[in-house]
Write a protein that binds this ligand. Structure first.
Ligand SMILES: Cc1cc2nc3c(=O)[nH]c(=O)nc-3n(C[C@H](O)[C@H](O)[C@H](O)COP(=O)(O)OP(=O)(O)OC[C@H]3O[C@@H](n4cnc5c(N)ncnc54)[C@H](O)[C@@H]3O)c2cc1C
Length: 293
C-alpha cells in the first residue's frame, strides 16, 4: 500500500509533522523505535503552555496519544533502510512502508565512536553505507562494526557482493541472530589500521585482523545513515535542508535535532510543521502532475 507520507521518528518533530499531514487529509504513517531524546529529560520547563513541568516521557507520550486520537498510524519499530524506486520505501527488519514522500525525524546524530584511525580513514576504507559502497569491495574482506539489527541489515547487504563479512561487536554481545556466513568477533576494537587505506583492525587482546574495508553500523540507523542511502547531502553529521526542510532529494524532508540548529522541543515542533507543509505540497503537486498524464 502506497502511503502519501511516511515519517521516521516519533519524537516532537515527527509527531508534529504527522498532526499537520493528517489534518490536511493525507495518509501518514509514523515509524519510531522509542522515546528518543526525551527519554532522558527529567523536567521540561521551557516549552510553551506547560506551566507545570512535564517529564520528557510524559510530553512525548502525550504527543503519541494526540496523533493516535487523530487517526495517525503509529508504528513502534526500528527502521534499517530507506530506498527509492519510483517511490520511497522505508524498511524495518520485517515490514516495508511505501510512500510518495518521507520525513526523517530521527533525532540527534549519533556521536562517532572514539576508535583510533576511524575518523582519519573515512572515505578511505571506512564507510557508513553498505548499499552505496559494497560495489567497491567486490570479492574483498570487509568488517561491519556493530552488534544489532542495523549491523545485521548492513552485513546482509554486503554478503552477496564482497568476499567475506566479519562482524566486530566491539565488546558487546551480538543482539540479533547473524547468519552463519558472518564471522562474529566480540573483542573490543582498539584501532583501525592503515595509512592511506584501511588495512585491518587491532583488538584489546593485542591481536590484529586484516580487512580491506570497514562499515560502521553501530546502534540503529541514524538520520545520516538513512539520508546517505539516497545520496542526500549532509552538513557534517546533520541532514542538509533548506528553509522548507527539503533535502536535495525531491520528496525527502528532514526536521528536528537531526538537522542541527537549536535542538529543543520548540524548534523540533516548528521544523516538523514546516517539513509537513512542504511534503503536503509535494504530494499534492505529484497528484496534479499524475492526473494530467
Ligand atoms: C537530557 C535531556 C534534556 C533535555 N531537556 C530539554 C528541555 O528542557 N527543553 C527542550 O526544549 N528540549 C530539551 N531536550 C532536547 C529535546 O529532547 C530534543 O530537542 C527533542 O526531543 C528533539 O526532537 P526530535 O523529534 O528531533 O528527536 P527525538 O525526540 O530524539 O526523537 C527521535 C525519534 O526518532 C526515532 N528513531 C531514531 N532512529 C530510528 C530508527 N533507526 N528507526 C526508527 N526510529 C528511530 C526515536 O525512536 C524517536 O522516536 C533535552 C534533551 C536531553 C537529552
Amino acid at each position: 500500500m502506497m502511503r502519501d507520507i511516511v515519517i521516521i521518528g516519533k519524537g516532537p518533530a515527527g509527531i508534529s509533522a504527522a498532526l499537520y499531514i493528517k489534518r490536511a487529509g493525507l495518509s501518514v504513517t509514523v515509524v519510531g523505535k522509542d522515546h528518543g531524546a526525551l527519554a532522558k529529560a527529567e523536567k521540561i520547563q521551557n516549552y510553551f503552555g506547560y506551566s507545570i513541568a512535564s517529564t520528557g516521557v510524559d510530553l512525548v507520550e502525550s504527543g503519541w496519544k494526540q496523533a493516535q486520537a487523530l487517526g495517525v498510524e503509529l508504528v513502534t519499530d526500528e527502521v534499517v533502510d530507506l530506498s527509492w524506486n519510483g517511490g520511497f520505501t522505508v524498511k524495518t527488519a520485517t515490514e516495508e512502508y511505501d510512500a510518495q514522500a518521507v520525513i526523517i525525524a530521527t533525532g540527534s546524530a549519533r556521536k562517532a565512536p572514539r576508535i583510533a584511525g576511524l575518523a582519519q580513514l573515512e572515505g578511505r576504507g571506512v564507510s557508513y553505507c553498505a548499499v552505496c559502497d559494497a560495489f567497491f569491495y567486490r570479492g574483498k574482506r570487509v568488517a561491519v562494526l556493530g552488534n544489532a539489527r542495523y549491523a545485521l541489515h548492513e552485513a546482509k547487504e554486503l554478503l552477496p557482493v564482497v568476499g567475506s563479512v566479519t562482524l566486530l561487536t566491539n565488546g558487546l554481545p551480538a543482539s540479533d541472530p547473524f547468519p552463519a556466513e558472518i564471522r562474529v568477533l566480540d573483542k573490543p576494537v582498539t584501532a583501525i589500521l592503515g595509512d592511506e587505506q584501511v588495512r585491518g583492525v587491532s583488538f584489546s587482546d593485542g591481536t590484529t585482523e586484516e580487512f580491506d574495508g570497514l562499515f560502521v553500523a553501530l546502534g540503529s540507523a541514524a538520520a545520516g545513515d538513512l539520508a546517505r542511502k539516497l545520496g542526500a547531502a549532509m552538513n557534517g553529521t546533520h541532514v542538509d535542508v533548506d528553509a522548507d526542510m527539503a533535502t536535495n532529494i525531491p520528496g525527502l524532508y528532514a526536521a528536528g535535532d537531526c538537522i542541527g540548529g537549536m535542538q529543543q522541543v520548540s524548534s523540533a515542533v516548528a521544523e516538523g510543521a514546516k517539513a509537513a507543509t512542504s511534503a503536503i505540497a509535494y504530494v499534492r503537486q505529484a497528484r496534479v502532475s499524475a492526473a494530467k498524464k
